[in-house]
Write a protein that binds this ligand. Structure first.
Ligand code: BDR
Ligand code: CA
Length: 308
């Protein structure tokens, strides 16, 4: 099994990613850290605990991390995810407690005591950057950071230039990309191919368990924004792509390149810039994941959610 820590800001697509991970015996989820992002931290940590219980895994410890980006005010996305961040289904208030330890300390302590841990950030990179900055010695025990973030040929989804997770904390993203730790990025270029079309949502709804119909209710709400605004067939299910990549890398294709993040410009703050043609001597630091086999991805999701 592969040991992972999920760092997240649920978010309907984050919730589906957590469910996929907890349904997958190939992965050992050591803990889940919440971060401020789609909605403030008080909601993302609460939502994380609701999802862990929906998965029937009250044994998974949930921690609250940073409540704001490293050096700027929080930008949220209620326009996409609703006021609670997890609008759609009605999930009961969680019984499991929030862990007392700070999420950043959990990341640091875990990496000091176990080797070969993969970090899976699904929100702004604040917690990860804080951990790397406070405890650079943990780098050697990180197998890989596999994150959802960035946009290249797809442009941005929160500004014309930037994808939400990178835009909210570009300083943190810059720290992560310069850390020397192997980074795999699943940007909008890839996640925009994983659309929640009607037949795919119907497959979740038809599952005989509780988690399947809840996933359908989550995507029903989540896709409202893209359908109304862009007339698309569904919403991109961004964050589960990270977990699917760990499980089935054969469903994706990728390229090893140099990526840097804009941290200053007003116009392009949070833009991810790739040296496609090696016009600089900056060494590659990112495995850029470009495409996903969307049917294979949804087949995997339905199969796994069905086991919960
Ligand atoms: C990312 O932003 C959030 O709204 C989603 O949960 C995803 O992590 C997509 O840009
Ligand atoms: Ca997210």
């Amino acid at each position: 099994t592969r040991k992972i820590i999920i760092d997240t800001d649920p978010g309907q697509d984050d919730a589906v990613a957590i469910l996929l991970a907890l349904a997958s015996p190939e992965l050992e989820v050591l803990g889940i850290t919440a971060v401020a992002g789609n909605v403030p931290l008080a909601l993302t940590e609460l939502n994380t605990r609701k999802v862990v219980e929906l998965a029937g895994r009250p044994d998974i410890p949930v921690f609250a991390g940073c409540d704001a980006p490293l050096d700027r005010p929080l930008v949220t996305a209620e326009h996409v995810h609703g006021r609670t961040g997890l609008d759609g289904p009605t999930l009961p208030d969680p019984q499991i407690p929030l862990q007392a330890k700070h999420g950043v300390d959990f990341i640091i302590d875990t990496l000091r005591s176990s080797k070969d841990v993969t970090l899976c950030p699904l929100g702004p990179l604040t917690n990860i950057a804080a951990a790397l900055t406070q405890a650079p010695d943990i780098k050697q025990n990180i197998q890989e950071i596999v994150l959802m973030g960035g946009g290249f040929f797809e442009g941005g989804n929160i500004t014309p230039a930037a994808e939400f997770n990178i835009y909210v904390d570009p300083t943190a993203a810059d720290i992560v990309l310069r850390s020397g730790v192997p980074v795999t990025m699943l940007p909008l270029d890839c996640t925009h191919q994983a659309l929640t079309t009607a037949p795919r949502v119907a497959a979740f709804r038809a599952l005989p368990n509780r988690a399947g119909p809840v996933v359908a209710e989550l995507t029903d709400f989540f896709e409202r924004y893209d359908k109304e605004k862009y007339g698309s067939d569904g919403a991109p299910l961004h964050d589960p792509c990270v977990i699917a990549y760990l499980l089935r890398p054969d469903l994706f294709n990728s390229r090893f390149i140099n990526v840097e993040v804009e941290t200053i410009s007003k116009l392009t703050l949070g833009a991810t810039v790739a040296d496609w043609w090696r016009v600089t001597d900056r060494p590659p630091n990112v495995t850029y994941v470009k495409d996903v086999d969307a049917d294979g991805f949804f087949d995997l999701l339905v199969e796994r959610i069905g086991t919960l």
